[in-house]
Design a binder for this molecule. Structure first.
Ligand code: G4P
Length: 536
């Protein structure tokens, strides 16, 4: 079973300490792809960052990152991008940028130690940003804010900060301040050094990285005059009225350090990248479901946060993405799946970066490893070697869309059942059943309706069992217990029913709308109805 560790503990500690594992959360179009590219190119000191942002044919491609990989030869997959910066290893975990939101977006946040919240300077806080922020808060993931597109006309900096404070309930602490209003960005001033201005000059050809010059405060007064004075005054005002930078407050979600810039012209991107190194936490001990925690230096443990099937259509395979939480992952090692107590070998472990899939030999806390064809694994699983580790399961979010699935061809019921089980295990949708409806008519429950499109497509093309999905008139789900289920069943309500979630046998009471739920609660105040994690 477990053998002598081939990597000394001090080395594990040192490797963990230089890792930063983070994600970018944003509303579609805020500039996540542009920023990702700018960060990666910056880190690799490729001077043409920004100039390469050719998005022409990118729309409609399944993964923006795969396209990025093709364009730039940067090492990516659709799960994580790894690059070096200042002797640190940066693991940027992808959050799918669907126009619609879905549960997998939220789950990947279980794999990161920090998130960059990207805000469009003109649009401010948008719906998906708020939802993703709520998940970060729920999971205790600290958030760094980057206000993007300052090269374009947008809102006023103070108003944007006020919105963050009012709508998200977190105190923004500016680390840099823009010199010049949105649309007329002259440069940036750092809160830690107001004696210097970073001035940027756009290159005429448009999307090229702007040129940076450093100006002393005297030069800034002389050459930039009013915008510089205003920037200093505003920055002082905000800093004086706020709590200032404090690591503990950041890590406990009370404050968010704020950066301004423009991903497209590469303004402020390096400061942001430096901040991830300087401010974001390194992998830390992870709490265990049974209490206590797993130290990063203990033997290997990892969390399966995403399962992706058919990434490579030629191979029809299934990859389980694992975030290493402790110890060293070594290819070929035997690991145990906590849920079943069964062991599996990791012969087919790959790094999730590299233009080709590269076989991974070693990975450290914070890294992401893809296990190929590990069919038994499910999202939320813990893998470990040595002392048992089991991390708390990933949260199931409150579904808002419900539909009954039925096979179009009942002679293919075996394929139908296999497909439904597989999609349930992958967490593509939550599968709910009830005695009343039977196994041949499971209810698919989703956070975002796009999850249904994926189900329809995969049932037909991957499992050869085309299905129909008939929408049910429910919008809300609550967790109840056996007594509650009995009350609801007995009342033969038309606008509610209780269904069993297959993944964990939870009893979900589903309701047509809030009005109906409220009146039910008024009439039956003793029925247990606990909220699930809401994204709205
Ligand atoms: P997403 O992944 O969050 O969906 O956003 P993406 O990077 O694709 O950017 C969305 C649009 O915003 C793109 O324009 C992109 O060029 C633009 N953008 C991103 N960052 C900045 C910025 O700092 N300043 C300005 N002015 N624009 C920015 P598009 O017109 O949709 O595409 P493209 O044809 O320009 O590439």
């Amino acid at each position: 079973m477990s053998s002598e560790p081939s990597v000394p503990t001090v080395q594990v500690l040192a490797e963990a300490a230089r890792r930063r594992t983070f994600a970018v959360i944003s509303h579609p179009d805020a500039g996540k792809s542009t920023l990702t590219e700018a960060l990666a190119l910056h880190a690799r000191a490729i001077t043409s960052a920004g100039a390469v942002h050719a998005k022409g044919g990118r729309r409609g491609v399944t993964s923006d990152w795969m396209e990025l990989e093709r364009e730039r030869g940067i090492s990516v997959t659709s799960a994580a991008l790894q690059f070096g910066h200042r002797d640190h290893v940066m693991n940027l975990v992808d959050t799918p940028g669907h126009a619609d939101f879905s549960e997998d977006t939220y789950r990947v946040l279980a794999a990161v130690d920090c998130a960059i919240m990207l805000v469009d300077a003109a649009k401010g806080l948008e719906e998906q940003t708020r939802k993703l922020f709520a998940v970060c808060r729920h999971r205790g993931v600290p958030v760094i804010t980057f206000i993007n597109k300052w090269d374009r006309r947008g809102r006023d900096a103070l108003t944007l900060l006020e919105d963050i404070e009012t709508h998200l309930g977190i105190t923004p602490v500016p680390m840099v301040w823009p010199v010049g209003v949105a649309g007329n960005l002259r440069g940036l001033v750092e809160a830690s050094n107001t004696e210097q201005m970073r001035r940027y000059t756009k290159v005429p050809a448009g999307t090229h990285a702007a040129i940076e010059e450093l100006l002393t405060a005297e030069e800034a007064v002389e050459q930039e005059g009013e915008p510089w004075q205003n920037a200093l005054e505003e920055l002082e005002l905000v800093l004086d009225s706020g709590p200032g930078w404090d690591r503990e407050a950041f890590e406990s979600g009370k404050i968010t350090p704020v950066f301004f810039g423009s991903a497209l012209t590469n303004i402020g991107v390096k400061l942001l990248l430096d901040s991830v190194v300087d401010l974001a936490p390194a992998p830390a001990p992870r709490p265990l479901a049974a209490g206590g925690s797993r130290e990063v230096t203990e033997e290997f443990s990892g969390l399966v946060f995403k399962i992706q099937a058919n990434m490579d259509p030629a191979h029809r395979d299934r990859i389980a993405f694992v975030r290493v939480c402790s110890g060293v992952f070594e290819r070929g090692m035997n690991v145990t799946r906590a849920a079943s107590g069964r062991s599996l070998t990791t012969k087919y472990a790959h790094t999730v970066f590299g233009a080709e899939r590269t076989v991974v030999d070693k990975a450290y806390p914070g890294d992401v490893v893809g296990l190929i064809n590990a069919a038994s694994l499910r999202v939320g699983d813990t893998l470990f070697s040595g002392r048992k580790a089991e991390f708390p399961g990933l949260p199931a979010f409150a579904p808002e869309h419900f539909a009954v699935a039925r096979p179009k061809d009942i002679s293919r019921s075996k394929q139908f059942r296999r497909g439904v089980s597989q999609l349930d295990e992958e967490g593509v949708v939550q599968v709910l059943v009830s005695d009343r409806r039977g196994d041949q008519a499971p209810v698919m429950a989703a956070v975002g309706p796009m999850q249904f499109d994926v189900v329809l497509h995969r049932m037909e093309h991957e499992f050869s069992s085309p299905i129909t999905l008939d929408r049910l008139p429910y919008q809300l789900a609550r967790v109840t217990d056996a007594e509650g289920a009995e009350v609801i069943a007995k009342d033969r309500l038309t606008n509610a029913e209780v269904l069993i979630r297959r993944s964990d046998d939870a009893l979900l009471a589903v309701f047509a709308d809030r009005w109906y739920l409220n009146s039910f609660q008024r009439n039956k105040p003793d029925v247990r109805l606990d909220p699930l994690i809401a994204t709205a």
